[in-house]
Design a protein around this ligand. Structure first.
Ligand code: ADP
Ligand code: MG
Length: 326
């Protein structure tokens, strides 16, 4: 069977019947959606380029999942509920096995989050995937980066650093003999969970939030910059899984936790008087979370503490243009 762009779309991507609020999905010049009364739409786009955002040998199943997960993480960070997405797919050639695996994994994830694929673009070229996601929120409940207030407690969900460890394994930078640990860490890298429920739960509690894609300190710095404040961070409180602590030197796992990217956990700030409601709310949805420090008045400044003493620490998270700095 001879494939062209339209057959690819029909066969692999146009699978879902139009759902609520989608007036027109795939198949016309634009998708048309209706916005419910009183709500706003959050929009976010992420591009994944082969060799930059994913390794050449990644399976289409993992890629289909991760492409959506990283986009959903941005909606989670603003407390928005995912609704729709568009997919711009650039592929070097038509490989039907690859397309089948990729589209099935992608659409499975789309269904899991009760979303609908409403459009996109299909072109030929070096493998690259751009997804835009659209979600709902209420205007007054959006979790901005600019909302942190002096005295807020700083929290992160889950644990940090395992994704960076998984990447180091995939890049063959480290060798591990223990098969189950090896698998656990690689899964952490390839299969991050976007903290959608957590983001929604934080709507009326957090002053500000961001998702950790480039590294805890680099991402928290965005909150500091946008909110014109600083942060005291207690290194003893950084949540790191026992698997990392048991298998690597402290210097290594701490660096992964502070500077490694792609954990896709949430970092958020909460006024102290909401500590109890935070506990009740996050315990109800069974989310581990840890207080790692406090917002200060010192603009853009980190004070890093270890064993109660202030120490010097270099921030070194992911930056695409690091090597090209003028
Ligand atoms: P146009 O030429 O008008 O831009 P296209 O031929 O690119 O339209 O796309 C036809 C329809 O298929 C449109 O509704 C578009 O949104 C959708 N579409 C194209 N590529 C994809 C894709 N990879 N996934 C989902 N929908 C797609
Ligand atoms: Mg087009």
């Amino acid at each position: 069977m001879l494939y062209n762009e339209f057959k690819i779309i029909e066969k692999y991507f146009n699978k879902i019947k139009t759902k609520d609020n989608v007036i027109k999905g795939i198949g016309d010049d634009c998708a048309i959606i209706k916005i419910p009364n009183g709500q706003i739409i959050s929009i976010s786009t992420d591009t994944l380029v082969e060799g930059i955002h994913f390794l050449r040998n990644i399976s289409p199943i993992d890629l289909g999942y991760k492409a959506i997960a990283v986009n959903l993480s941005d909606l989670a960070a603003m407390g928005s509920k995912p609704k729709w997405l568009t997919l711009s797919l650039t592929i070097p050639k038509i490989n039907t096995t690859w397309l089948k695996d990729f589209s099935q994994s992608l659409l499975k994830t789309v269904n899991k989050y009760d979303m609908q694929l409403i459009g996109g673009d299909t072109t030929q070229g070096p493998l690259s995937i751009t997804i835009s996601v659209f979600g709902y929120n209420f205007k007054k409940q959006i979790l901005f980066r600019h909302g942190a207030k002096i005295g807020d407690l700083i929290y992160v969900t889950g644990t940090l650093g395992a994704s960076a460890a998984g990447l180091a394994i995939l890049q063959k930078k480290i060798l591990l003999r223990k098969k189950n640990i090896y698998k656990f860490l690689i899964k952490k890298h390839l299969h991050p969970y976007p903290r959608i429920l957590q983001g929604i739960a934080l709507r009326k509690i957090a002053h500000s939030a961001i998702d950790i894609s480039d590294g805890l300190l680099v991402d928290l710095r965005h909150i500091l910059y946008e909110s014109q404040c600083g942060a005291d961070i207690n290194l003893n409180k950084i949540p790191v899984s026992n698997i990392l602590k048991k298998n690597f030197y402290p210097k290594v796992w701490l660096d992964w936790a502070l500077n490694g990217g792609e954990d896709y956990e949430l970092c958020f700030t909460v006024p102290e008087f909401k500590k109890n409601i935070l506990k009740k709310t996050l315990n109800k949805i069974k989310v581990p979370y840890t207080c790692i420090g406090r917002i200060t008045k010192y603009k853009n400044k980190f004070n890093i503490f270890k064993n109660g003493k202030k120490i010097k620490y270099t921030i070194n998270g992911f930056n695409h243009f690091k090597k090209n700095k003028n």
